[in-house]
Design a protein around this ligand. Structure first.
Ligand SMILES: [Zn+2]
Ligand SMILES: [Zn+2]
Length: 385
């Protein structure tokens, strides 16, 4: 089969690789009809992770079941399913509590002591191949396959966002403990930040601020119902306090991660977290879903090389704030978010800018990585004619 393979920093190509197949009787194989390029793929693309050369990338996957293992009960050939980017077993102590992003059964403990969690095509998240390919092996299929309703084809571009960014954006608002009628400041108008804004709107936020330095992305945030805050228009905390009676936002979300940049384009790993502490009111809660890594050997900053951050802990403590972190437990949300889409209450596909074939993927990586204007979200269609 054809698949998008990582060969080193900024080197990816579409290669012929062995077909995905059933390895355990609890697996299914799906034929990918939509698979997205994610901002977190770019950390790997840039060579800023420990991902192995030869890895098939792609963790935002939707497709049709074509092969079913003998121990699978509920998933049938021909079903149209969306897969959470995390791979869970459904029966470990964490999956049982709804923490499917921290599965103990599927994790690779050699990454670091106490490691939990697994994902398709991702650095440090187990041996699983990604779905930017014609076919994908899905472990523990009964648990991981989200069945799609009869409008699956018509709304495929919405449903594919259930694999990661819509639940992840939603998760940031839950980690922030947003309540109806409150204000939230969301850092990053990339795909996840925009999904966080949509989630906040659906949950009844009174004010939604989205912070970014790119005008095309801020325009999308405005379309979704948020107030754009341009980093070039001055200090963020001041801008937010001015619009919230002087106190700051009730809560905040970090949707950027460790490769955040200042207005001059330099990477400053602690910029966003410290700005959040400043822009969120005293006692407010902060949800961090942007990716941070335990080591970043190529970072320019000595602390960041060891995965550390110069954090304004004193101010955080003085303000009595709380912080929630980590990858999204997609299974905790995707069923309900699917139903919001099905009933016309959510349309995450508004952020899609490009629909391309798998052969176009290397070029798309380049444009997306360069943050070229208009390249907000790429959906690949490996079986498109
Ligand atoms: Zn993703
Ligand atoms: Zn598990």
């Amino acid at each position: 089969m054809k698949a998008l393979v990582y060969h080193g920093p900024k080197k990816v190509s579409v290669d012929t690789v062995p077909d995905a197949r059933i390895e355990k009787q609890t697996d299914v194989v799906i034929k990918l009809t939509s698979t997205n390029i994610c901002g977190s793929d770019l950390h790997m693309y840039e060579g800023r992770t420990q991902v192995n050369e030869g890895k098939i990338l792609g963790h935002e996957n939707l497709g049709e079941v074509v092969e079913v293992g003998g121990a699978v009960d509920t998933v049938k050939k021909g079903d149209k399913v969306c897969l959470p980017f995390n791979i869970g077993c459904g029966f470990c102590a964490n999956c049982e509590r709804g923490l499917s992003g921290f599965c103990l059964t599927c994790a690779d403990p050699s990454v670091m002591p106490g490691m939990a969690g697994a994902a398709y095509g991702f650095a440090g998240m187990g041996p699983y191949s990604g779905g930017q390919a014609e076919y994908l092996r899905v472990p523990y299929a009964d648990y991981n396959c989200l069945q799609l309703p009869p409008d699956a084809d018509e709304k495929e571009q919405d449903y594919v966002m259930l694999s990661d960014i819509f639940p992840t954006g939603w998760h940031s608002t839950r980690l922030a403990n947003l309540e109806p009628g409150q204000s939230i400041v969301i850092y990053g108008a990339g795909p996840v930040g925009l999904m966080a804004a949509m989630a906040a709107r659906i949950q009844g936020a009174a004010q939604i601020f989205v912070v970014d330095g790119l005008k095309d992305r801020l325009a999308l945030a405005k379309e979704i119902g948020a107030t754009p805050i341009n980093t070039l228009d001055g200090e963020i905390g001041e801008q937010i306090r001015e619009q919230t009676g002087g106190y700051g936002a009730d809560c905040g979300a970090e949707c950027i991660g460790y490769q955040c940049h200042n207005a001059k384009g330099a990477e400053v790993p602690n910029l966003v977290l410290n700005s959040l502490v400043d822009a969120v009111k005293a006692t407010g809660q902060i949800g961090v879903v942007g990716v941070f890594v335990p080591q970043d050997p190529d970072a320019s900053d000595a602390l960041a090389k060891k995965g550390q951050i110069a954090f304004d802990y004193g101010k955080f403590w003085f303000k009595g704030q709380k912080m929630g972190t980590g990858q999204c437990n997609v299974k905790a949300y995707n069923r309900r978010l699917r139903d919001l889409i099905h009933q016309g209450k959510a349309n995450p596909s508004v952020i899609v800018s490009h629909n391309l074939s798998l052969a176009d993927a290397p070029n798309a990586y380049k444009h997306f990585n360069d943050r070229d204007k208009g390249w907000t979200k790429v959906v690949l269609h490996p079986h498109a004619a």
